[in-house]
Design a protein around this ligand. Structure first.
Ligand code: PMV
Length: 321
């Protein structure tokens, strides 16, 4: 039997603009995670898929074509060159809330790839894990930038530009974030498609907004790498102004952002596709409890307090250590 994990994620800077080739920054969120277990089957009927969280159970051969779980298992078995369909049970569990910008679908894919590779005794590089998850991202999101699969497969803060090798960020100083969920489910595919049609109607206006967002991501990278974490708050606020102009904020997001800022966060913005899902706020040891309380009082559905640690530590996701 093999078990593997993958964390959630949050986009700190650059969402949407990243789809158009501008840089973005994302970090893993380890307080939530997906888990995949692979074990020998007993029926001789091939791969049995079980995802109790999603109320989903069936044999691979009977699963609907185009289903993300079917796709990730089939693509991974083919990548691992497992020729005849093996008699195994693949079970997925996850504590990551679905469709709110924490990367739930991607984390499930990454955990499955890792568990299958380990079960068949093959070590896969992170690039390969990320690439396999990216193929399935296309089913979830249509035209994904690739940032979600990258940050989840690498499990490190990343500075990401579509089509380029990701840069692993090594923060010179730790900083604390609060991630809060509006409780409004917002499918990324629809928001990304809407932004695309607006960009097609007014390419000049939108390209210039994306350029400015890219500059914010670049400045944030410098701040993270040089330990000037105080600069991150104003950069988050600037990024949020630009996301408003792109048209992806919402009253629920604005309410939580305002509550966080009023309670002492030095910056706050939506995170992910927007129109719902999550927001993030930059806090300190001192402000975190107040901001967390204010977010809950303003109706946040889930609140996660997390730290982006300085330096680098090695992660072993296959055994969860
Ligand atoms: O909704 P999420 O957290 O999966 O983030 C989507 C981020 C976008 O930039 C809007 C799309 C993408 O593919 O990068």
């Amino acid at each position: 039997m093999s078990t593997a994990y993958a964390p959630g994620k949050s986009i700190l800077f650059g969402e949407h603009a990243v789809v158009y080739g501008r840089p973005a920054i994302a970090v893993p969120i380890r307080q939530v995670r997906a888990q995949a277990t692979v074990q020998a089957g007993k029926t001789g009927k091939g791969v049995f898929l079980s995802a109790p969280n999603m109320n989903w159970e069936c044999y691979l051969t009977e699963s609907p074509k185009g289903h993300p779980l079917r796709a990730i298992v089939m693509n991974t078995l083919s990548y691992l060159r497992v020729s005849a369909e093996p008699d195994i049970i693949v079970r997925v569990d996850s504590t990551i809330p679905i469709a709110c910008g924490l990367g739930s679908g991607t984390a499930v894919s990454v955990a499955i790839v890792r568990a299958l590779a380990e079960y068949f005794g093959i070590q896969l590089p992170r690039e390969a894990v990320s690439e396999l998850a990216f193929e399935v991202e296309k089913i979830h999101h249509g035209t994904p930038s690739g940032i979600d699969n990258t940050v989840i497969a690498y499990e490190r803060p990343v500075y990401f530009v579509k089509g380029q090798t990701p840069v692993i960020l090594i923060p010179a100083r730790s900083f604390q974030l609060i991630v809060a969920d509006t409780g409004v489910c917002s499918p990324t595919r629809a928001v990304v498609a809407d932004v695309r049609s607006k960009w097609e109607c007014d390419p000049r206006q939108y390209s210039s907004l994306f350029d400015e967002i890219g500059e914010v991501s670049w400045a944030a990278r410098q701040s993270i790498e040089s330990g000037r974490t105080n600069d991150l708050g104003p950069l988050m606020n600037r990024n949020q102004e630009l996301l408003r102009a792109v048209g992806v904020s919402s009253p629920e997001l604005e309410r939580l952002i305002e509550a966080a800022l009023q309670a002492g966060a030095s910056g706050a913005k939506l995170s992910g596709a927007g129109r719902g899902g999550n927001m993030i706020a930059l806090v300190t040891e001192e402000t975190a409890p107040r901001v967390e309380k204010a977010l809950r009082a303003s109706g946040a559905a889930h609140v996660i307090v997390t730290e982006v640690a300085s330096g680098t530590t090695d992660i072993h996701s296959a055994d969860g250590t």
